[in-house]
Design a protein around this ligand. Structure first.
Ligand code: FES
Length: 347
């Protein structure tokens, strides 16, 4: 074989690349010879670019190493294809299967079957849409977190509220409850005020009617010391004397609390008067002021004398002694206290 020049090798390479591009485009391109060898056949050209090293003594054989012409010779003749149409995957797969079958038949020495006619619908129709449809991802299974949680059952309270009256909203119900609470507190306040304004003490309890029985047995001797009633917090006095030029005759019930600052004064028999241990205020048996820081005489309670005929007489508004006959029944009303006469301060 004569030695090829670099120009011939370059021309042969360009021809090979052109054939490769044509086959990639689906065209059946026959082998061509280079201008340097106008009389050579395709077989010779293939032999020149054959990858067999012993067939080419020149180192330029490496240029023809990837030459696929040998495959071109052994491959069966493929059916004619549309030159410039884009084939679908099904067409490509069918064509490949036909090629493999023809190759296998040729290897077995059997004539290759004629290529199957193309179906009418297999005509080359440029339509990029099917690829997009085929490329559509399959429907994904929703994740557990994306699955909508089951709606919880309504609370029992809300259900009860709806059962009570579906026309009342929650806000209205709370407003009504608030108003009811305020009304209840108002009623309670009024009730407590009336209770303190009009106390209702039991009989025999301080603050209420305190019965002491018949006057003959309950009263002390006239002008003797007072008789203490601890539970009723009063002294019972039977007096018949003259105080500050005025007659004092009758029965008195004197409160046991000092009119100065509220200490419990005592009866002092030696001096025959009341004396307060706190600040030294002194009072006569009738409760009238004698000396000390107190600014008024001792307070007294109203005495009710109930006669056998049912008639009742009681202490006057000034707290003067109540004259009795001795057969009455006495009741001390500790709920009605009469303040002692104020002390006259000399000018
Ligand atoms: Fe009785 Fe002061 S409290 S004199």
């Amino acid at each position: 074989m004569p030695k090829k020049t670099p120009e011939e090798i370059q021309a042969q390479r360009e021809a090979w690349l052109a054939r490769k591009a044509a086959r990639a485009a689906g065209q059946d391109v026959p082998l061509q010879t280079t201008s340097a060898e106008p009389t050579s056949t395709s077989a010779e050209a293939v032999a020149e670019v054959s990858p067999e090293p012993e067939a080419s003594p020149q180192p330029v054989v490496e240029v023809a190493a990837p030459e696929p012409v040998a495959v071109q010779e052994t491959a069966p003749t493929l059916p004619p294809q549309a030159p410039a149409t884009k084939r679908t995957p099904e067409e490509v797969r069918a064509q490949r299967e036909a090629f493999l079958a023809a190759k296998a038949a040729k290897a077995a020495g059997v004539a290759a079957p004629p290529p199957a006619p193309k179906p009418a619908e297999a005509a080359p129709v440029p339509d990029p849409a099917p690829r997009l449809v085929e490329a559509a991802p399959p429907a994904l299974k929703p994740r557990a977190s994306e699955v909508a949680a089951p709606k919880p059952a309504p609370a029992k309270a809300e259900a009860a509220e709806e059962k009570v009256d579906p026309n009342i909203t929650r806000r209205e119900f709370l407003n009504y409850a608030w108003l009811a609470s305020i009304a209840l507190l108002t009623v309670q306040g009024i009730g407590m005020g009336l209770w303190f304004a009009f106390p209702n003490f039991k009989e025999g309890q301080f603050g209420g009617a305190f019965p002491i029985g018949d006057a003959a047995g309950a009263l002390p001797e006239v002008n003797s010391g007072p008789k203490a009633y601890v539970d009723g917090k009063f002294w019972l006095i039977n007096i018949d004397s003259e105080v500050n030029g005025e007659a004092r005759k009758g029965v008195l019930a004197i409160y046991k609390v000092c009119t100065h600052l509220g200490c419990l004064y005592e009866w002092v028999p030696m001096t025959n008067r009341f004396e307060c241990p706190c600040h030294g205020s002194k009072f006569q048996l009738s409760g009238d002021y004698i000396a000390g820081p107190a600014r008024r005489s001792l307070d007294r309670f109203v005495i009710q004398a109930i006669a056998p005929d049912g008639s009742v007489k009681e202490t006057d508004a000034n707290g003067n002694p109540l004259e009795i006959t001795g057969d009455e029944r006495l009741v001390i009303d500790t709920g009605r206290r009469i303040l002692g006469a104020p002390v006259l301060v000399p000018a």
